[in-house]
Design a protein around this ligand. Structure first.
Ligand code: NAG
Ligand code: NAG
Ligand code: ZN
Length: 424
């Protein structure tokens, strides 16, 4: 629903609803089992022969409004004023206007009639968007084993069946590299109490800064940025690479085309309003993506980034507040990470590097992230997933040039950009 009235809202997190659910696969256990079984098969398939030049050309998202520049937010990378770019200490709970945005944490209703969405629907070439069915968990049982739409939730497929959309970015190519990604931020706790706030930002951002000024990809949710705009600005100013993670964190394949467009539009708009940038990368909540969603995302300017390793931190039980009861113990998630590191130490992990799913979501996820970071930094070359894939310019605003692992910077379509980026 579009907001009625003035829509001014104080950014205390107060209207986060109990509908919030964290990441992790949306599939039923049986589908997860199936997907796990199929994973080995998918992995050994040859890389697509498709040349990146055959990908559908993208246009910059002209349908986004322009916004006044926010105070104290960097306008380039490296920033022209590093001192102003690295604030620290407690973050203000800025008030923020919800005007022009849908209800927080809810899929936009009437998206097809939304005046912001109609022009984008017209701009998209729908002949290039496969008409995959709108899914449900029940449909999962009927979904053909041939995987006609490269539906990750069912098969962990990451290489589209359509040749004009690039594969999802799912690994770091170079062995010994750890693509650091934190989803579902910016992190704040509701209700805001002293105890809860201990785990809210800037907790993790301070920790990263203190540990070798470590950079990561932050996959921000539009609805959460409204609740914590200062935290979003802090993460961005610190030099983390921001990607979109939808407006309300739904399973994207369950939505109509107009709803999908609205989820992308409002998350991109919120990011542009608060940070002044337009990401060329996004991550599907629960990994739920198929070729219909990929094709819409691509035409709206974004490459899909997924992961090949899941800490399952989103599923840890015992947190006192949201996201609610999980199915595993902290010790189990802890052991998962430990085993990865051991296998690298033992020389059993030499094929490629990894993109690892972590969250800035709760006490447990922050605790796990911070506990392991120093060890990860010792054992791996640790950097954002975009950096290990040599994407120096992750936004449509090209004056942000981040360090990359290799020597040749590429665009999100894999083509060299010719820009000189520092090497990590
Ligand atoms: C996490 O794993 C490390 C390394 O094995 C271990 O030292 C630590 O006690 C574990 N923590 C928990 C709470 O399980
Ligand atoms: C935070 O999470 C850790 C790991 O799950 C747990 O041991 C600890 O008790 C939690 N602290 C609070 C205040 O919830
Ligand atoms: Zn998520």
């Amino acid at each position: 629903m579009m907001p009625s009235g003035s829509g001014i809202w104080l950014g205390s997190g107060g209207i986060i609803t109990s509908k919030w659910v964290p990441d992790g696969p949306r599939a039923k256990p049986i589908a997860i089992a199936l997907a796990t079984l199929l994973f080995a098969t998918i992995n050994v398939q040859a890389a697509p022969a498709t040349k990146s030049s055959t990908y559908l050309p993208q246009a910059s998202p002209k349908w986004l409004p322009s916004f006044p520049k926010q105070k104290n937010v960097i306008t380039s990378w490296p920033p022209s004023n590093p001192k102003a770019a690295l604030p620290s200490g407690p973050l203000s709970t800025a008030s923020f206007s919800l005007e022009g945005y849908p209800t927080m944490n809810e899929v936009v209703t009437n998206a097809a009639k939304d005046p912001n969405i109609i022009p984008i629907m017209k701009a998209i070439d729908w002949t290039k968007v496969p008409s995959a069915p709108v899914t449900s968990d029940a449909y999962g049982d009927e979904y053909p084993a041939s995987d006609p739409y490269c539906w990750w939730t069912q098969t962990l497929c990451t290489t589209p069946k359509i040749h004009y959309i690039p594969p999802d970015i799912s690994i770091c190519p170079k062995a010994g590299t750890w693509g650091l990604t934190y989803d579902d931020g910016p992190m704040y706790y509701w209700p805001v109490t002293a105890e809860n706030s201990k785990w809210a930002e800037p907790n993790l951002y301070d920790y990263l800064l203190k540990h070798n000024d470590q950079k990561a990809n932050l996959f921000y949710i539009g609805s959460k940025i409204i609740g914590a705009p200062a935290a979003a600005q802090r993460g961005f100013n610190d030099g983390h690479t921001i990607c979109a993670h939808t407006w309300s964190h739904p399973s994207m394949t369950t939505l109509t085309n107009a709803e999908v467009v609205a989820e992308f539009y409002y998350s991109l708009r919120m990011i542009k309003q608060v940070l002044g940038i337009t990401p060329k990368c996004w991550r599907p909540p629960y990994g739920d993506v198929d070729d219909r969603i990929r094709a819409i995302a691509w035409q709206m300017g974004m490459r899909t980034i997924i992961w090949d390793r899941d800490t399952n931190d989103w599923n840890i039980n015992g947190d006192q507040v949201a996201p609610g009861p999980g199915a595993i113990t902290y010790a189990t998630a802890n052991k998962t990470v430990d085993n990865w590191i051991k296998s690298r130490e033992e020389g059993k992990d030499n094929k490629n590097g990894h993109i690892v799913l972590e969250h800035e979501l709760s006490n447990s996820t922050i605790t796990l992230a911070e506990f392991w970071l120093p060890t990860i930094q010792k054992e791996y070359q640790t950097m954002p997933a975009t950096a290990c894939n040599n994407i120096a310019q992750p936004y449509w605003e090209k004056q942000f040039i981040y360090p990359i692992q290799g020597t040749v910077a590429v665009d999100t379509n894999g083509e060299p950009t010719g820009v000189k980026a520092p090497q990590i």
